[in-house]
Each structure stands twice: as structure tokens, then as C-alpha cells.
Design a binder for this molecule. Structure first.
Ligand SMILES: CC(=O)SCCNC(=O)CCNC(=O)[C@H](O)C(C)(C)COP(=O)(O)OP(=O)(O)OC[C@H]1O[C@@H](n2cnc3c(N)ncnc32)[C@H](O)[C@@H]1OP(=O)(O)O
Ligand SMILES: O=C([O-])CC(=O)C(=O)O
Length: 370
């Protein structure tokens, strides 16, 4: 057998440069294009952050106005997308629906094969504008509810909640939602972004890259963890059941979703900001019971294993409090991360090298057919 060293899961292996974000586990910090994510979450709209990720700089007033106008014009669910979604099973996972919708967008876009930076930026903005209606409508159809048309007097976050629930959300709810979108937008070479870059590296189209990235995000070790956190909470029930539940889960060697991270080993840079937003939702909806459970599980698990919560841990309960169905949580992550994915596709295309690592063969030696 060959004896070359392998790097299982590519752990610790730098594979390329990126100027989009810097994840720094030593200082537990995260920069988007040089700006601390906490500052962006405190001061910027999600539309501004999306622009920053794509263009490298915050938009000027005129650039923002033009982008916002385009985003508002591109929000409505097209008849083609609606027809495809209506044809999908109500049992389908919402991530499968959103993945299919992006695939349809690509199949129907006459510019899909144009891989110029300009065309891909326009497609990125198109997906950004179109995804909220897909996520919102898919949740509604599962409850037998009709589509809610977008409103162009509302910003991205207000309108997302409007299309999902058919009523204007309270300002503090809109703000917590905006914070979650900003925090979820970008995180260097995570599994879904790397997937997008692998697909782009073959000179495939940007819709294919995003479709593949959605597939990678779905798994519970990645984006699917925000949904899994809520399943865990439902299983545990209440704070006083945390200890027996954890005894059993750890005895069965279960992974506790919403904890741990490949890069951060001493806490995820985004958790304090997301947790503060979650606590505002706890207050708003009067659900101290959820906060008690959240705190009890985090304290008990971290004390036993020394493993800290990641962003999905506070994001899951936040979306639950807002009224989203648990399986819709990861599609919300998609609506945000489409900004980071597409920024990475643009970056990959600008300095491309086919991504094709090596494997070390450990199968049977060469042999003759009988
Ligand atoms: C937005 C995001 O995508 S953030 C990540 C979301 N994912 C989750 O929350 C899923 C739960 N967490 C995990 O599975 C892991 O922590 C990962 C996949 C995120 C990172 O994993 P890796 O860097 O590959 O570390 P790995 O899984 O090898 O863990 C190292 C050790 O810690 C343990 N560990 C890590 N996370 C957890 C967890 N959540 N629950 C229980 N044990 C854990 C592992 O079992 C392993 O123990 P061992 O050395 O005794 O075998
Ligand atoms: O960076 C990672 O591996 C996972 C993560 O936190 C993210 O994608 O936001």
C-alpha cells in the first residue's frame, strides 16, 4: 500500500487565498472584507453587507439605491418557479425545494453559460432577490396557505418576514432577522463554499455551483445543524431534563448539534451577537422557558466536553421564536449564504485552478481477470 500522508477532511490544509473573509480562531474574530462582523451586524442592512461581499467595498448611496431597486424588482416568485414548487411533494425537505428552485433559475436563464464576471454578478443578485420568495412560499404551501406577494415599500428583512407570515413583523423581530442574515452570510472555506468553488473550478456555471453548495449545506454537520438544534430542544422538553438527556446522548456517543467547529476551538465569533439577538426575541415573545433550556444545555455540555456552541445554536431557537417551521431554518441560511457562495465563485473564476486533490489507493493490488 502507498504510504503518503493524507489530510482527512482537509483539516488544517490551506487550499487557496481569499480576500472575502478572515476567520481568526486565535482571536475568535471574523472580518468581512476587513470589517468586523459584529460592527456590520450593528450598523448595516443586509443589502449593504451583500454588496460589500461581492464588490469588496460598502456601496455608495447611489449604488445602494440602484441595488435596492433591482432587488425589489426581482423578488416575486415567477410562474415557472411556482409551478415547479407546486409539483414537489409536501414531504420533500425544504432544502430540496430551494435546491430545485435554484436549478430551475439556472435552466431558464439565457445568460447561464455566460461566465463573465459581469454576468455572474448579475446572476448572484438575481438569486439573492429571488430566494426569499421561494423559502417563504414553500413554508406557506405546507400549511395550505397561498403565496404572499412581495412589497416594494419594505426592505429585504421586512419583506422576507412579510412574505413568510403575511403580516408586518415588529421592528425588533426584523432586526434580529437582519442580524442573523448578516452573521450567516460568509465564512471562508466552509464545506458548502468549498463545494461551490470546486464546481466553479471546472468552469461550470454559477447556478450549478450554488445548487451544489445547497446540497452541502443541508447536512447536519454544517447548516442542517440549526434545524437539528430545535429537534434536540423538542426532545429534551425543558431545562430540568437536560442532565438525564445528556447522560443518555453522550453514553450513545451522539453528537450534540449546534456545538463544535472545525476552525474555532474556543467559541464561534458570531455566537455572542446572535445570542444577544435571540435573547431579545425571548423577551419579545415571553419565552423564558426556551432561554432556560438553551442555557442549561450549553452550560452542561460545555462543562462536560469543553466544546462551545456555534452560530447554529442561537440561530435555531431565534427562527423558532419568529414562527418559522424547523425544516425552514436551513433554507434561511441559504438565503443569506448565497451572498458568500457567489462572492467565492467570482473570486475562484478570477484566478482559477481546477480543484482536484490526490487520493492514496488502499484497494487490492493489480490482478488478472480469471
Ligand atoms: C454553521 C456551521 O456549519 S457550524 C457547524 C455546525 N455543525 C454542528 O453543530 C454539528 C455538531 N458538531 C460537529 O459534528 C463537529 O463539531 C464539527 C463537524 C462541526 C467539527 O468537527 P471536526 O473539526 O471534524 O471535529 P471532530 O468531529 O473530529 O471532533 C473532535 C472531537 O470532539 C467531539 N465533538 C465535536 N463536536 C461535538 C459535538 N457537537 N458533540 C459531541 N462531540 C463532539 C468529537 O466526537 C471528537 O471526539 P473524539 O476525538 O473523542 O473522537
Ligand atoms: O466554517 C465552517 O466550517 C462552518 C461555518 O461556521 C459556516 O459555514 O458558517
Amino acid at each position: 500500500m502507498e504510504t503518503k500522508e493524507i489530510y482527512k477532511g482537509l483539516a488544517g490544509v490551506p487550499v487557496d487565498y481569499t480576500a472575502i473573509s478572515k476567520v481568526n480562531p486565535e482571536t475568535n474574530s471574523l472580518l468581512y472584507r476587513g470589517y468586523p462582523v459584529q460592527d456590520l451586524a450593528a450598523k448595516c442592512s443586509f443589502e449593504e453587507v451583500a454588496w460589500l461581499l461581492w464588490h469588496g467595498e460598502l456601496p455608495s448611496e447611489d449604488e445602494l439605491a440602484a441595488f435596492v431597486a433591482d432587488e425589489r424588482a426581482g423578488r416575486a416568485l415567477t410562474p415557472e418557479i411556482r409551478q415547479v414548487i407546486d409539483g414537489l411533494s409536501l414531504e420533500a425537505h425544504p432544502m430540496d425545494v430551494v435546491r430545485t428552485a435554484v436549478s430551475v433559475l439556472g435552466a431558464n436563464d439565457p445568460t447561464t453559460e455566460d461566465n463573465s464576471a459581469e454576468a455572474n454578478l448579475a446572476k448572484s443578485k438575481r438569486m439573492f432577490a429571488a430566494l426569499p420568495a421561494v423559502v417563504a412560499y414553500d413554508q406557506r404551501r405546507r400549511h395550505g396557505l397561498d403565496v404572499v406577494e412581495p412589497r416594494d415599500d419594505l426592505d429585504y428583512s421586512q419583506n422576507f418576514l412579510w412574505m413568510a407570515f403575511g403580516e408586518e413583523a415588529a421592528p425588533e423581530v426584523v432586526d434580529a432577522f437582519r442580524v442573523s442574515m448578516v452573521l450567516y452570510a460568509e465564512h471562508s472555506f466552509n464545506a458548502s463554499t468549498f463545494t461551490a468553488r470546486v464546481i466553479a473550478s471546472t468552469t461550470s456555471d454559477i447556478y450549478s455551483a450554488v445548487t451544489g453548495a445547497i446540497g452541502a449545506l443541508k447536512g447536519a454537520l454544517h447548516g442542517g445543524a440549526n434545524e437539528a438544534v430545535m429537534h434536540t430542544f423538542a426532545e429534551i422538553g425543558s431545562a430540568d431534563n437536560v442532565v438525564p438527556w445528556l447522560d443518555e446522548a453522550l453514553a450513545e456517543k451522539k453528537k450534540i448539534m449546534g456545538f463544535g467547529h472545525r476552525v474555532y476551538k474556543n467559541g464561534d465569533s458570531r455566537v455572542p451577537t446572535m445570542q444577544a439577538a435571540m435573547e431579545r426575541m425571548i423577551e419579545h415573545y415571553g419565552r423564558q422557558d426556551i432561554l432556560d433550556l438553551y442555557r442549561a444545555l450549553a452550560a452542561e455540555f460545555t462543562e462536560r466536553k469543553g466544546i462551545q456552541p456555534n452560530l447554529d445554536y442561537p440561530a435555531g431557537p431565534t427562527y423558532h421564536l419568529m414562527g418559522f417551521d424547523t425544516p425552514t431554518f436551513t433554507p434561511l441560511f441559504v438565503a443569506s449564504r448565497v451572498t458568500g457562495w457567489t462572492a467565492h465563485v467570482l473570486e475562484q473564476n478570477a484566478a482559477n485552478a481546477l480543484i482536484r486533490p490526490l487520493s492514496v489507493y488502499n484497494g487490492v493490488d493489480e490482478r488478472q481477470l480469471p
